[in-house]
Design a protein around this ligand. Structure first.
Ligand code: URA
Length: 430
């Protein structure tokens, strides 16, 4: 096949700060997916994009080219409006678990394609896989049938969805080219637009445990993604939410499922419940179901019923006991004082070291591993009080996890207490 461009001329154009043409973008994404552009060429181009950026038009064209590299799902035959949520990822972020069945219980259909965790943030599929029998891989037909019958599905994205992004994301991960708004926005939105929901709510995290630690950068990422979604005909709203302290009281896999069940039963930590309800309201508003109150569906058992149906439909037993770790270690306060710091990143690292997360994408995770914190930032504690419990099947991992936790969970003087961010920092679009 005669190629329309040379990869070097496209790389040089971006290296020298020029905008890529539509034809160059379409070609380079297609040629990379086919293997006609080599990994080292694509990584040079990705680095040039990190350094020199992309215009709004280039980002939009890049996103469309990645969508066109694979299939686009179509849920227009369903009798319910479809709405999806995407979180940029955080520590203790189990919100998808109660949210998808909750929104389904309120009348919308939620086709949620999720990922596995890498690094200090957990993955929704890893959490759900701690439920005995639950299966992450579904065919498109199974997904459609479950959306029709249950209204919610959380499963792995198939290989057919934005394959260019799959290849490029893996390359960016090992070439220091993840952190660029044009590349992040196009990566996330190509998958979300190809997924075919009519509305999308983005939960863009900011703070130490987030990808975008700086709220201004989180806003810019959110604005870029909202524009890409709306341009593609997907009603898109973004909430910028706090990830300076971890969400809820647990980070891990099975222990996060257990906490989600508390929320589905009408209880649970107040921040997890509040964020679940705020996101559910935003999703329902986006598809015109604004007269339904999702808080009622948590309190009267409808969301729990939808959860059980969703888990059963994917082979899981919602009533089976969840796995737990063989070993635990309790951390006590050394002094009276105030929790001056409960740092999301450090807690996430501790959970990761205990075996809840993975270093390489092919590594297994431990279902029972993780961290439970019994106190939160700003809380007064007494010497000897339980601060946290660590869980793992591999007790030799305790020292490294404790080292992370000792700088992430700090008891000090009230004057040193740091104020946590509000749960919802900002809202863009909608
Ligand atoms: N998540 C994605 O899917 N892509 C990125 O580039 C970053 C986070």
């Amino acid at each position: 096949m005669v190629e329309r461009f040379s990869a070097v001329e496209v790389i040089v154009a971006k290296r020298d700060g020029r905008a890529l043409t539509d034809a160059q973008i379409d070609w380079v994404i297609d040629a990379y997916t086919r293997g006609a552009v080599a990994d080292e060429q694509m990584s040079a181009l990705a680095m040039a994009i990190v350094l020199n950026g992309m215009s709004r038009h280039e980002i939009s064209r890049w996103t469309s080219a990645m969508i066109a590299s694979g299939e686009r799902m179509d849920f227009s035959g369903l009798h319910r409006p479809t709405v999806d949520k995407h979180s940029t990822g955080g520590v203790g972020d189990k919100i998808t678990l109660p949210l998808a069945p909750l929104v389904a219980a309120c009348g919308a259909a939620v086709p949620q394609l999720s990922g596995r965790g890498l690094g200090h943030t957990g993955g929704t599929l890893d959490k759900l896989e701690s439920i005995p029998g639950w299966r992450a891989s579904l065919s498109n037909e199974e997904m459609l049938a479950q959306l029709r019958d249950v209204g919610a599905v959380v499963c792995a994205a198939g290989d057919g969805l934005a394959p260019a992004d799959k290849k490029l994301y893996a390359l960016r991960d090992v070439t220091g080219t993840v952190e660029a708004i044009p590349l992040i926005a196009s990566s996330i939105m190509s998958k979300k637009i190809a997924e075919g929901a009519s509305a999308l709510v983005l939960d863009v995290k900011t703070g130490s445990g987030a990808f975008m630690k700086d709220p201004e950068l989180a806003r810019e990422l959110a604005r870029t993604m909202v524009e890409l979604g709306n341009d593609a005909g997907v009603h898109t709203t973004a909430l910028i939410t706090a990830m300076d302290v971890p969400l809820g009281r647990t980070a891990g896999n099975a222990i996060e499922v257990a906490e989600s069940l508390e929320v589905l039963a009408g209880g649970g930590p107040s921040d997890v419940r509040e964020l679940t309800v705020v996101l559910a309201r935003t999703m329902l508003d986006a598809v015109g179901l604004d007269r339904v109150d999702p808080a009622d569906a948590l309190d009267d058992g409808r969301a729990m019923d939808a959860w059980k149906s969703m888990i059963r439909a994917q082979g899981g037993d919602p009533d089976a006991p969840l796995p737990h770790a063989n070993e635990s270690h309790v951390v006590h306060a050394a002094r009276d004082g105030v929790v001056t710091r409960l740092d999301a990143y450090g807690v996430g690292m501790a959970a990761w070291r205990l075996g809840a997360g993975r270093a390489r994408k092919e590594d297994p995770v431990q279902a029972g591993a993780g961290v439970r914190w019994h106190v939160t930032q700003g809380e007064h504690v007494r010497a000897g009080q339980t601060l946290a419990t660590l869980y793992t099947d591999t007790p030799e991992l305790f020292p490294a996890a404790l080292a992370d936790l000792s700088s992430a969970l700090v008891v000090g003087d009230p004057a040193d207490a740091v104020e946590a961010l509000p749960l919802v920092v900002d809202r863009i679009g909608g």
